[in-house]
Design a protein around this ligand. Structure first.
Ligand SMILES: [Zn+2]
Length: 400
């Protein structure tokens, strides 16, 4: 546990200083059993956890440093993700991460957030240039001045930040796979939990705590009726938008389409474990484990043969109480989410602009690069909504 190790080192250093000042011989004292040590340790833990953050309003814009509205919009949405914001502002990752390497991107990202939440109100805009340069160094495909996709940026950013602040070592020796019975009789929930645990053994960070969930893909062979499950970790749900003649659909219809049973022909089916060959099958996606922060990507951009098309259908979404229960395990009950940020995309595929709308203490604000304006919650629904950020409100599942 790197966190405790570093805390331990701090405590031992403090203890040595105090012991020396008081004429004790630290070499002869069992530090770990010392009362003084324990008190200091307790004190440090309390102050570290309960230190109140001094926050400004957070209503500060980001300058556009060359086609960077995609970055500005996503940073504002993440800046309003309280769990992540507080973790960054406290620099808690410094004690939390396993690696000894400098978390350079996380530091720059945290600096941007610190600028946005500064409480003396000195700055009117924050320049994300240094953070963006560091990001491009880590993810070279973002080099250049062309417009980038906000969802792609979000995925890469969370992935890079996670890598820097992972609580697990990055290159763990591969564990030899233990041959498990081909079609075991595990309960689905046990199997899912086992897969989740294996994931946490390699990848465990604040990013995982907040954004990661687990998808279950169940496959049903049409020849022998054999059922099999695979479980995958997700950090966002990318939802298709149903093609209808009307210009407005609901988020629930997008979720229904995402989770709808899909027929796979022989060529596209995986091997059936029991038939031992490819057979026609059906596949269905459900959410096995709900993330604390649910990121929903409305897949407006579709590749046609020669170009990318943008769907301008309006998708209506609830601000409160989005229930994902129907897309979870059987009988999981309601799983309710509240909206706190939206990343909007206006314009066309090639000439587009990103903005963010975020929930504040009182009402909502629109973040358009350096410009911040209040916005009525009735104006949140539009055909520009592209990425929705929801926070888990209640959930009855014990395994969560
Ligand atoms: Zn089969």
């Amino acid at each position: 546990m790197p966190r405790n190790e570093s805390m331990d080192n701090t405590c031992q250093a403090m203890y040595r200083t105090l012991a020396t000042q008081n004429g004790l011989q630290p070499e002869h004292v069992d530090i770990s059993q010392s009362v003084l040590y324990t008190s200091i340790m307790g004190l440090l833990l309390v102050t570290d956890k309960e230190r109140e953050l001094q926050l400004g309003s957070g209503q500060i814009g980001l300058c556009n440093v060359g086609n960077t509205c995609f970055l500005n919009a996503i940073v504002q949405c993440l800046s309003h993700t309280r769990g992540l914001r507080d973790y960054c502002l406290r620099k808690a990752y410094l004690h939390d991460k396993y690696s000894n390497q400098e978390p350079v991107l996380m530091n720059d990202f945290s600096d941007v957030l610190a600028g946005l939440w500064e409480c003396d109100g000195g700055e009117t805009t924050v320049n994300p240039g240094k953070f963006y340069r560091m990001f491009k160094e880590a993810v070279p495909r973002f080099i250049g001045y062309s417009q980038q996709d906000a969802q792609e940026f979000l995925r890469f950013l969370l992935d890079r930040l996670h890598t820097e602040i992972n609580r697990r070592p990055s290159h763990r020796p591969a564990v030899l796979a233990i041959k498990e019975p081909k079609y075991s009789r595990f309960r689905i929930s046990d199997e899912a939990l086992d897969m989740w645990q294996k994931h946490l053994d390699r990848d465990d960070s604040k990013i995982v705590d907040l954004f990661s969930g687990q998808l279950r893909s169940s496959l049903n062979c049409s020849v022998c009726s054999h059922y099999s499950n695979t479980f995958d970790v997700f950090c966002d749900l990318s939802l298709p938008i149903p093609k209808k003649s009307v210009q407005i659909v609901t988020l629930k219809e997008c979720l229904d389409l995402f989770s709808q049973e899909e027929k796979l022909d022989k060529e596209n089916s995986p091997m059936c474990e029991r038939c031992n060959r490819r057979t026609e099958s059906t596949k269905r996606l459900t959410i096995q484990r709900f993330p604390r922060i649910l990121v929903i990507h409305l897949n407006r951009f579709t590749m046609s043969r020669y170009s990318v098309c943008k769907s301008s259908v309006s998708v209506s979404f609830p601000l409160h109480g989005l229930d994902l229960g129907p897309f979870g395990p059987v009988d999981c009950g309601p799983v309710l989410y509240d909206l706190y940020a939206v990343c909007n995309h206006s314009g066309t595929v090639n000439m587009g602009h990103y903005t963010a709308v975020c929930r504040e203490e009182e009402g909502w604000c629109c973040y358009n690069d350096s410009c911040v304006t209040a916005i009525h919650e009735k104006k949140l629904q539009s055909n520009q909504a592209y990425i929705l950020f929801y926070e888990l409100k209640s959930c009855n599942i014990t395994s969560q």
